[in-house]
Design a protein around this ligand. Sequence first.
Ligand code: CDP
Length: 227
Amino acid sequence: MRTIVIAIDGPAASGKSTTGRLVARRLGYLHIDTGAMYRAVTLRALEEKLPLEDADRISALAEKTQLRLEKGDNGVRVFVDGREVTQQVRSAQVTRSVSAVSSYQRVRNVLVREQRRMADGGGVVLEGRDIGTVVLPNADLKIFMIANVPQRVERRKKDLEIAGVDVDSVTLEQEIRERDRLDSTREASPLRKASDAIEVDTSGMSIEEQVDFVVARAKEIIEGGGK
Ligand code: CDP
């Protein structure tokens, strides 16, 4: 049977990661959370105490860091230079700093090369901000996921509570809006919908509905044999 490449893009907490993971599971595909890769480089930059404005040193660090993503029971496990950093990459400090690090073209070059390598051969679901536009413009299925801000805040609050972190909704909303602003206005591969992407507004949808929708579109392509 034909295996395809699925690209899911969208802003923070729009439902990409959960959908990506479950779609990959349903199809028996590999799930690649590219945000986790930008987060891992950001964590390393913070550990090295590099100023976030220092594009050269952060880029050099990205070029020499070994990243590895592994499938875990509840999402992706992240390793840098052989050390597991799955929890650390979700910290508030990394979340606040990641948009700066991911705005550097050299950082993106390193990670995009790796993402394309992992996607080679198909049978993959990649999610991020620029998958359908820059990383894999020929992806067979492109989904652009959005949701209204109150729902995104609510979802992120629940995720954090599960991780034992209590953050108030006002702060979360500010952070989400700021990250949207930075991610969509940067020069290098800004967040935007590819012209041939299907927009899915997940505001009123359950996780199961989101997953069913994407799997149904994927099956049409797989079984239909065309795009
Ligand atoms: O999970 P969440 O929606 O909070 O974000 P993420 O997918 O983990 O991505 C974290 C950050 O990495 C984003 O805010 C972007 O700045 C950056 N990113 C990117 O620039 N390009 C991607 N393909 C994926 C993430």
